[in-house]
Design a protein around this ligand. Structure first.
Ligand code: IPM
Ligand code: MG
Length: 352
């Protein structure tokens, strides 16, 4: 199995180095993988004038899985849009057909104090947000501006039947493997795309009578996530709503530094990355939390390589270092042992 390693910018290289360290231990223990690096995001722009250089895209297409760090930084903020690091992400999602974005929000018992919500609201929280990733207003045409007079700008929210059905299918099958509760989030009271979305999800639900399907408007879902997040098991939603709700859900757990993500195509190939960004303010200081990236590699083992036991092994090692009291600055509390990025990575390796 070949893994394309795209470390990216900011803290990307430091945290990805910890995840590859973990993968190398598994490799020594018999996991058949090869890894190859390529520049991506701002680093892609620096190397080739393009956030997704042709060589990087080729490697990502040939590979069985892609491990990403994070992209972006102040240095690239003033570039014209096509050269901006975010365009690298949007293009790689589209080029690789990574339409299903899985963003779990899991509360580790040791970190309950790190959440800004009351412990009883968040303890034991375990939800999975499934966000459609290659359609919606992010990619809909036309988009643009009209100059002259009262100028305007516009984007198009659009979903096709096949796009909705395939993401809804991921929602139902994921719910089936968990607590069999699926909440489809839309804005059916206002939007035509959402009416269509809801009709198709309801239609598909006939195939999954064992899954309890509910619907929620996105504004209410945003409220319910902070009011009583444990009412949710799996949430399925469109690209734009999912972007917003997944950031909100990640913060319920106290640290976005703990949360992995997977973006999958229809055959199980995937891009794995932490849910957080490139944190340019702490880059290169050995301060970043590498656990989200390490846990992303565990998701890779599970979803692309179908190696559940290896995934559990990595996840158990992460739980062990937390139980042992090791904390990076973002999850630090009195009485814990504060460690840097490297030391956290080494501790996970030791715990394996
Ligand atoms: C995310 C990010 C991206 C998105 C940006 C960087 C384009 O916010 O992965 O959630 O909006 O999808
Ligand atoms: Mg986002």
């Amino acid at each position: 199995m070949k893994i394309a390693v795209l470390a990216g910018d900011g803290i990307g290289p430091e945290i990805v180095a910890q995840a590859t360290k973990v993968l190398r231990v598994l490799q020594k223990d018999g996991l058949k993988i090869e890894m190859e690096d390529a520049p991506f995001g701002g680093a892609g722009y620096d190397a080739a004038g393009d956030p997704l250089p042709a060589g990087t895209l080729k490697l990502a297409k040939e590979a069985d899985a892609v491990l990403c760090g994070a992209v972006g930084g102040p240095k690239y903020d003033a570039l014209p849009r096509p050269q901006r690091p975010e365009q690298g992400i949007l293009r790689i999602r589209k080029e690789l057909g990574l339409f299903a974005n899985l963003r779990p929000a899991v509360m580790y018992p040791e970190l309950v104090g790190a959440s800004s919500l009351k412990p009883e609201v968040v303890s034991g929280l375990d939800i999975m947000i499934i966000r459609e990733l290659t359609g919606d207003i992010y990619f809909g045409q036309p988009r643009g501006r009209n100059e002259g007079g009262d100028r305007d700008a516009y984007d198009t929210m659009r979903y096709s039947e096949s796009e909705i059905r395939r993401i809804a299918e991921v929602g139902f099958t994921t719910a089936r493997k968990r607590n069999r509760k699926l909440c489809s989030v839309d804005k059916e009271n206002v939007l035509e795309t959402s009416r269509f979305w809801r009709e198709l999800v309801v239609d598909l639900s006939k195939k999954y009578p064992d899954v309890e399907l509910t619907h929620m408007y996105v504004d209410n879902a945003a409220m319910q996530l902070v009011r009583n997040p444990k009412q949710f098991d799996v949430i399925v939603t469109g690209n734009m709503f999912g972007d917003i709700l997944s950031d909100e859900a990640s913060m319920l757990t106290g640290s976005i530094g703990m949360l992995p993500s997977a973006s999958l195509d229809s055959s199980g190939k995937g891009l794995y990355e932490p849910s957080h960004g490139s944190a340019p303010d702490i880059a290169g200081k050995n301060l970043a939390n590498p656990l989200a990236t390490i846990l992303s590699s565990a998701m890779m083992l599970r979803y692309t390589f179908n190696k559940d036991e290896w995934a559990y092994r990595v996840e158990a090692a992460v739980k062990k270092v937390l139980a042992d009291g090791l904390r990076t600055a973002d999850i630090y509390e009195d009485g814990a042992r504060k460690v840097g990025t490297e030391e956290m990575g080494d501790a996970v390796v030791a715990a394996l």
